[in-house]
Design a protein around this ligand. Structure first.
Ligand code: ZN
Ligand code: ZN
Ligand code: ZN
Length: 137
């Protein structure tokens, strides 16, 4: 089965020989241009549907510009923390709202000057510490 995960539809039903069907093998991550693995499922008035890969930096980069809500970030960070084998503990939304606003400003400032991933790396590093409950505000 094609591994591509469609927003609100789930795994693509095509049965290719390889990992992705013909259409999805050509679907590129809107941030890094690599193989897209899923569509953004954020829904405001309609489903976003932007193709993304599972690199946490691509996901966060997209969310910062399109859906800068604490819930999206928390979910993304939790997935990443889980992927790295940590268990997520409760997250304070207010803390995230402030951080996301900062990150968004940094990203807006960087437009045209070249946005690099190091800010997101720092953000994740800090967030993991929070999620693991090793640090208090
Ligand atoms: Zn497919
Ligand atoms: Zn990507
Ligand atoms: Zn989106």
């Amino acid at each position: 089965m094609c591994k591509f995960n469609r927003a609100w539809i789930g795994i693509c039903k095509e049965e290719p020989d390889k990992d992705y069907c013909e259409v999805h093998a050509k679907t590129k991550c809107s941030v890094c241009g690599g193989q897209a693995e899923f569509e953004c499922y954020e829904t405001a008035q309609f489903v976003c549907g932007t193709p993304l890969c599972s690199d946490v930096r691509c996901k966060l980069s997209h969310y910062i510009t399109h859906h800068p809500y604490a819930d999206m970030f928390i979910k993304c960070i939790e997935e990443e923390v889980e992927r790295q084998g940590y268990s997520a503990v409760e997250v304070k939304k207010e803390t995230y709202r402030k951080r996301i606003a900062n990150l968004k400003e940094i990203k807006n400032d960087a437009v045209g000057k070249g946005w690099d991933y190091s800010m997101i790396d720092d953000f994740i590093k800090e967030s993991e510490v929070k999620l693991r409950g090793l640090e208090e505000d």
